[in-house]
Design a protein around this ligand. Sequence first.
Ligand code: AMP
Length: 401
Amino acid sequence: MKVFVVNCGSSSIKYQLFDMQDESVVGKGIAEKIGLPMGIVSLKIEGTGEKVERELPLPNHEVALATILELLTAKNIIRDKADIGVIGHRLVHAGEFYHSSVVVTEDVLEKMTECNDLAPLHNPHNITGVKTCQKLFPGAFHGGCFDTAFHQTMPDYAYMYPIDHSWYEKYKVRRYGFHGTSHGYVAQQAAEFLKKPLAKLRVITAHLGNGSSIAAISNGESVDTSMGMTPLEGLMMGTRCGDIDPALVFFAARKGVSLDDFDKLLNKKSGMMGVGGISNDMRDNWKAIHEGNKRAELAMKMFTYRLKKYIGAYAAAMGGVEAIIFTGGIGENDWDVRKMACEGLEYMGVELDPDKNKGLRSKLADISKPSSKVKVLVVPTNEELVIARESYRLYNETKKR
Ligand code: AMP
């Protein structure tokens, strides 16, 4: 059985095709620049390493998905679309509706639409993705994993905002958290690596990528996380500000900045990009730092300082921590960020081993000293695999009924 995992954004679709017999990735790629005059669809065939790229206009998601399908068929990865029995969707915001992965039904889509206000940049595109796949693969089973689901175990005192309670009652304004599929996956991987049940561990998972978030996971359940009602809260990110004084909104309004411009400023022109002025990409920032750029250096110091503050806060929130886990493009690859984030945490039992840390990329490993009371791990994330597994599980369960 083949499971096709789809992650639909506003102008791109990332995809991976899994063979569930051994959970291997058969092919993966991305369709980009949907809606622009010229788009690109790429495919990497895992077995041979062959890479294929096609440039053509992609006016909408339907054309993009149909082109992906054509590529997969042309390269004999699938014979026809009936080969794809299950489609797994990455879904973003489920509000308080779902605590685990779902069979995607009309009811689920309606509930997601109700959450559109909470995730205007993500949910409408996810819904478009599902509807397009339903059209293109009429016989397929559709499963999905919500980014918010894993964090539904947070206690009310962690998820509520200290504002007028009626906002929660009327609009469901509260903290939801994101990257849940990743936080849950790396925590479980870490527990298996440490040969301890996750149900008996307190771990802090730092998912550091273009979007970054950190979670406190106690006894296998998310008890707090840094992203809030939207993925703008929390850690400093590539282009997003993370935690700031909300009074900046009034300040900006009084300066005549429009709501849309301020939205763009905080979501697209802040974080590493905004402070350093170089790039949202860590590698570019390091290059600038090595060339003596002081603002890029400041951005890096802020990024790691804010990360360290959250680690301390979550250790306090859980009354201790057994493992700190780094994942995501930065967490898995950037040993300097890991080093800077752990520096000075010796008082709480964190002893990073500089030799194990340096040079370690995208590999599950313990990078702490044997004497370290708190283990520090690098765990590569794999949200697509979780979505494939969950959708396949739901498919099998539904079939049995
Ligand atoms: P993600 O969103 O998880 O794909 O992560 C993207 C981020 O990971 C970008 O800021 C990249 O600069 C960063 N990244 C990827 N590879 C490396 C690397 N080898 N060293 C430092 N940062 C990296």
